[in-house]
Design a protein around this ligand. Structure first.
Ligand code: KIV
Length: 272
């Protein structure tokens, strides 16, 4: 093995907390495969989330509920092979941690051992406190996820903004404090009012990463297929599209189709 010094400094859970202290914003994007992870990592994104949104964007399911632990491990191990620098956080899928803390720990251990991921993320507050404790006690870093938690979509009934009412906002604030106290290294806040997200970020020492949670938090996360415009039916207000790959790819595929049908491809330089 080469002993040459690497040119990059790996992002760790500790670096994220340091970044919050320095007021340096944290960038996070999803990735589910080797090729995408290599590009995202190479671009300098701090954290790659192997999200259970793979259930939607990779597998075409309507919700995140169907994806299995084995499938998450497959996606995460592909991502791990593509990265040099980013911290890789892997979602614990629905059903792998809610029933009892021992099962939660077994699921988290499988992710760490079989994929090589660096940390796990799970949804919920007080309801999953014992599971979080168990996982943390085993030395596995945990990222929380509050606000809109898509694994509970059938309880919520819609994907609209959460915690607009006082009672839910109070619960969210106390859950965030609990996650900090337990020892989670960060928390995702999804689709909550910007003023509430800012208040939470200012009240805890661990980084708050927002998606649809405004600018007052410590970092931002987007689903990569949405931000590069591969998906185009999904248009929430919080989404900024950096590319329109759906159009560009459609154009390229149409052109290829025409070129094959017309005999233009391959030409003399494109053969042996
Ligand atoms: O699964 C996912 O992609 C997520 C992000 C939306 C935060 O949990």
């Amino acid at each position: 093995m080469s002993t040459a010094k690497k040119q990059y400094k790996r992002v760790t859970v500790k670096s994220l907390v340091d970044m919050k202290q320095r007021k340096e914003k944290i960038s996070m994007l999803t990735a589910y495969d080797y090729t995408m992870a290599k590009i995202v990592d190479g671009a300098g994104i701090d954290v790659i989330l192997v999200g259970d949104s793979a259930s939607n964007v990779m597998a075409g399911h309507e919700t995140t509920l169907p994806i299995t632990l084995d499938q998450m491990i497959y996606h995460a191990s592909s991502v791990i092979r593509g990265i040099d620098r980013s911290l890789v956080v892997v979602d614990l899928p629905f059903g792998s941690y809610q029933s009892d803390p021992k099962e939660a720990l077994r699921s988290a251990i499988r992710i760490m051992k079989e994929s090589g991921g660096h940390a796990v993320k799970l949804e919920g507050g007080k309801e999953v406190k014992d599971s979080i404790k168990r996982i943390l006690n085993a030395g596995i870093p945990v990222m929380g996820h509050l606000g809109l938690t898509p694994q509970s979509i059938y309880k919520f009934g819609t994907y609209t903004v959460r915690a607009k009412e006082e009672a839910e906002a109070e619960k969210l604030k106390s859950d965030a404090k609990m996650l900090e106290k337990l020892g989670c290294f960060a928390v995702v806040l999804e689709k909550v009012p910007a003023h509430l997200a800012k208040e939470v970020a200012e009240s805890i020492s661990i980084p708050v990463i927002g998606i649809g949670a405004g600018a007052g938090v410590d970092g931002q996360v987007l689903v990569v297929h949405d931000m590069i415009g591969m998906t185009h039916e999904f248009n929430p207000r919080f989404l900024r599209r950096y590319l329109d790959l759906h159009s560009e790819m459609t154009q390229a595929f149409k052109q290829y189709n025409d070129d094959v049908k017309s005999g233009d491809f391959p030409n003399a330089d494109e053969q042996y």
